[in-house]
Structure formats: structure tokens, C-alpha cells
Ligand binder design. Sequence first.
Ligand code: PMP
Length: 403
Amino acid sequence: PSPVPLPVLGADITVPVTGNRTVPYANLDIAATAPCAVSAADAVNRLLPSYASVHRGAGVLSARCTQAYEQARETVCRFLGCRPGDEVVFTRNTTDALNLLAGAVPADTVVVTFVAEHHANLLPWRTVVRLPLPSSPDEAVAAIDQALHRHGPALVAITAASNVTGEVWPVADIARVARRHGARVAVDAAQLAAHQPVSLADLDVDYIAVSGHKLYAPFGAGVLAGRADWLDAAQPYLRGGGASTQVNSVGTASWAVGPARHEAGTPNLLGAVALAAVCAALTPLHWKALLVQEQHLLGELRAGLAAVPGVRELRLFAPEHPRVGIVSFTIDGLDSAQVARRLADEHGIGVRAGLFCAHPLTRHLLDAHTAAPSTAIRASLGAGTSGEHVHRLVTAVRAIATP
Ligand code: PMP
């Protein structure tokens, strides 16, 4: 068994920095898009010479590809802890998965969420109640309880881990409350799924959405997994071949039930196979190694930043609340975009500056401090992050904050 969490490509990339130097690239923007796992690249490379149309051709290669695509679905199904009867629909990413679900929610069902959500889980819903930011996990659970008292069997749409603060949300507790009210729960696991196992069965939730490109697979494949009934009753997400079973001479169609209903058009075989390869590679041993390494580096990063005068970490809950490898921060009096630019140009470090597609949450956390700039800097860790990357970031931030 390998103690290496998850081997990824790109560890040997170097970049030019000021002073005519070249340094190893420190990719600390893994929450936006993770580097490609070696297992995903290998799976794609194996398939490249012999791929052919999925679900359509009669040729041998086409049959093999159809099998590979459906096997990928099975692997993802196990990875996300699907129960009998749950469906796995391949989408482009989490945004696509949540928009698909939004279109499948029955018209009389209210969606309850928090304004803390990423825009992908804030904007797609039609009849939606957006709850104000809670200041603790208990308050979040109580707010859901109260909202469900008012709105009955709603759909609760909630993030599993914030892409701004990295804080892990009390999804299982919220699911328990939702069950009492006969409500359903959809989980935006775009972030959490890259840091720890996320399971429909274990969390007792109804839907999970993930993105392959945050899970160490290349771009273009995501997943909506969960209960089949709403999905099978909904209008097809896209209309076209594959989703339609019969089309008559005037163009009226009948539609497939099952994942095909929402997967019209030629499917993204390579994306699905790459994502499944990562799911298969993440054994319990690898998860453990990933978690131990990441939490260690996260501790060093947070402690290092906390020791720099003027640096403030963004957080909603208590400092010790569990979080994945994400830290957003500001430096008093300094423009975040300029700091991020200097980290790249002078130190070869890739971070992100902005509001992170979660404007209400990030603005609220920034507004809490009068000296804070209007955007934040986010550093995010994962497989491929080393102690040297973290140390370099802390040293660089100290140099920029205290010239
Ligand atoms: N939800 C969360 C929590 C995210 O971090 C992201 C990506 N930043 C998304 C949803 C959307 O993912 P994608 O861009 O892959 O659709």
C-alpha cells in the first residue's frame, strides 16, 4: 500500500519569477481546479487509441466504449454511496448537475438554502427561500428546522464544504432534521468530495453533485447522483438523440427514463472514465494519507498566516471548526488582487483573489473588518501540495505584509 496520498501530474513544473530566476510552481489554487491524477491520465491514455462512439455503434470498439462508460457510472455510483434505485447522471460539472436538479424539482416544492452558498447552489432554484448566514453549525441546523416548519416537505440545498472558508457544514445533522419534516436534501459536494468520502447512504441525503475537475480528473465531467423519481418525471435536461426513445413523423418524442433521459448527445466518455479512475484510486488508505497530509499542511498554513501582522482569516464558524484545505484571508490595507499578482510574479505561487463565486458570503466576511479590502485571497491545498509550498506562501505573505 502506497503512503502517497494520490500521485498527480505537474509536480515538476517550474515558472519564471522576477530577478531572472526559475522556481518550482506552487499550485495553491487546487479548490478551483485540482491537478490531474496519474490514474486519471493513465485511464485516458489507455482509451485514446481505441475510442469510438458510446451507445450507438455496432462495432467492437463502440461496444467496448459503451461498456467502459457504464462501468464508469458503476464506479462513481459506489464512490458516492448510492443506494438501490439511485441514479448517476453524468453532467459537465457541479453547476450543470445542480441546474439539472433545479429543473427536476416539482413546481410546488420550495427549495431552502443559505446565502452562504456558491452561486452554483444559490442561483439555479426556481421557488427558493435563502436563509441568512448562521454564525454556528447549531444555528444552521435550527434555521433549517424553522424554515421546514414553515415550508413543509421542501428540498434543502446545502454545501458540504465552503469554497471560501473550507468550513465543513453539518450536512448529516441537517439531513436528520429534514427527514423529520419529510424534506429532501441536495448536497453540493464540489469541495468536500475532493477531501473525504461523501456518501448518499452515510449522510442519508437525496442528491449529491460533484465536479470531476475538482476531483483530480480533467475538465468536462461532473455528476448528479441520487433519487430517480423526480429525475425520471422531469422534462429532459437537454433534448436530442440518446434521451429520446421514439420520435414520430411530426417530431413528437417520447423520452427515456434513467440517466439517458438527461444525457442527450454523444457522452463525454473520456471525462467519465477519468473521473471513475480517480474514484477507484481513492482507496481508504489513500483517503487517510490525503487527509493526514492535508490537515497537517493546513495547520501549518493557518498558524503561519496568523502570525503575520495584518493578516485576517475569513471564517463563519469558530476557529477550531473542521475545514478542508482552504484558507481565505486578507492583508490590512493591501489590495488582494495585487497581492495575488505579486505572489505569482515574485514567488511562483498560484492563489486566487476575488469573491470566489460566493459573493454574499465573501462580502459579509470582508465587511466584518473595516480595514479589510474589497476582495480576499484564497490558498487551497490538496494532493500535490508540499510543505515547501506552504512555507513559501507564508514567507512571501510576511514579506509583502511587512516590507
Ligand atoms: N460549488 C462549490 C462549493 C464550488 O467550490 C464550485 C466551484 N468553485 C462549484 C459549486 C461549481 O463547480 P463547477 O465550476 O465545477 O461547476
